[in-house]
Design a protein around this ligand. Structure first.
Ligand SMILES: *Cc1c(COP(=O)(O)O)cnc(C)c1O
Length: 368
């Protein structure tokens, strides 16, 4: 079997565990590179056509439609592709939803939540509805305390750095829910309609860097008193069909191809099955080998980002070097956590996890 779903990758045998930007399906890369030279046999590059031409308008329409279909969104939920990455949403969400004298409830599950909280405080009051800071973010916050009059609850569904993930979502918290899904968007079946805003930078699970998917329940808008700059007001983007200004055309195109690929795989339910297999293989191996240690509480482990360390930290360098020799890319842990992190996004084939776990077993035998 090929290592990754691309002929040139298979030859090289690279296993790409990068956290983001991260692995994309081989066929997406091939089609995207063709479009740079000649888009849909137009004789023009995708990069040199107007965004309001029918050629590109079709790309945007298909991308938005695919999101609606794959997430099974209802009529109230609008799909936008915006500039600025998830970090812009940390600011844009409170700017559009939170009045100065109001409270927004935030869960603090790690680095990304902390950044979101910092921005929200620029616009109104923030209450921490739950935090796992005390245990170094090795769990997901439980037993949330939410003020019933809070404008919304914000959660980070998957903590990319700490390697934690919400497996039970707080659907019944009684107030609107906003979710940063940057690192687990479209990786599992959830009720997306229960969320009022979902945002995700595309570069982890659904495309290239440069575009942000934002899903908005339009009923939640228009309730803040401040004047919102034109480009930051979701309502303007909805009105203009996500074409208020020039969208990041190439990034939208790559996202569209990735969404098409996901549909061809059988959609979210089908990819979830494979994601579960990958995560099970990885964590079963981790738990069976005493050389390695997973710091995250078992019930909160992320199926996207597996974090682990060595019982004997002195061995980490050796394991890292072996990974390098075996073309296992991107396994080094985030600088704030140390150890190792392997990202197992949608496009990562099961074979890559198999290769990694084989290597872990070999390593454990040598040092057992
Ligand atoms: C990567 C990441 C971000 C930041 O995304 P940018 O597109 O770089 O702004 C935010 N939240 C989460 C959960 C992430 O994983």
């Amino acid at each position: 079997m090929k290592v990754a779903n691309s002929p040139f990758r298979g030859l090289e045998g690279i296993h790409n565990f990068n956290a983001g930007p991260s692995i994309l399906p081989g066929e997406v890369l091939e089609e995207a590179s063709r479009a740079v030279l000649d888009f849909n046999n137009s004789g023009l590059s995708l990069l040199e056509i107007g965004h309001r031409t029918p050629l590109f308008q079709e790309v945007m329409n298909e991308a938005r439609h695919l999101v609606k279909e794959l997430m099974q969104l209802d009529e109230e939920h609008e799909v936008l592709f915006l500039h600025g990455g998830a970090t812009t949403q940390f600011m844009q969400v409170p700017m559009n939803l939170l009045n100065e004298n109001e409270i927004a409830a935030y869960t603090d599950s790690g680095t990304w939540a902390v950044k979101a909280i910092k921005e929200a405080k620029l616009f109104g009051h923030v209450e921490i509805a739950g935090s796992s800071r005390e245990n170094n973010y090795t769990t997901i916050p439980k037993d949330l305390l939410v003020t019933p009059t809070a404008a919304y609850l914000h959660i980070t569904t998957n903590e990319t750095i700490a390697g934690t993930q919400w497996h039970t979502l707080p659907y019944d918290c009684g107030i609107p829910i906003v979710a940063d899904m940057s690192s687990d968007i479209l990786s599992r079946v959830i009720d997306f309609n229960k969320f009022d805003i979902i945002y995700a930078g595309a570069q982890k699970n659904m495309g290239a860097a440069g575009v942000n998917l934002v899903v908005v329940n339009k009923n939640i808008l228009g309730k803040v008193k401040r004047t919102i700059p034109t480009i930051l007001d979701y309502r303007n983007h909805i009105k203009e069909g996500s074409m208020l200004n020039t969208p990041p055309v190439f990034a939208v195109y790559v996202a569209m191809l990735t969404l098409r690929w996901l549909k061809q795989q059988g959609g979210v339910a089908a990819i979830e099955k494979i994601n579960n297999q990958k995560a099970k293989l990885f964590y079963d191996t981790l738990d069976a080998l005493p050389v390695f240690k997973g710091p995250v509480a078992k019930e909160d482990r992320s199926k996207m980002n597996g974090v682990f360390v060595m019982q004997d930290a002195g061995l980490e360098k050796e394991f890292l070097e072996i990974c390098r020799l075996q073309s296992m890319i991107g396994v080094k842990g985030h600088r704030s956590v140390g150890g190792f992190r392997v990202s197992m996004y949608n496009a990562l084939p099961l074979e890559s996890v198999k290769a990694l776990t084989d290597l872990m077993k070999e390593f454990a035998q040598r040092h057992g």
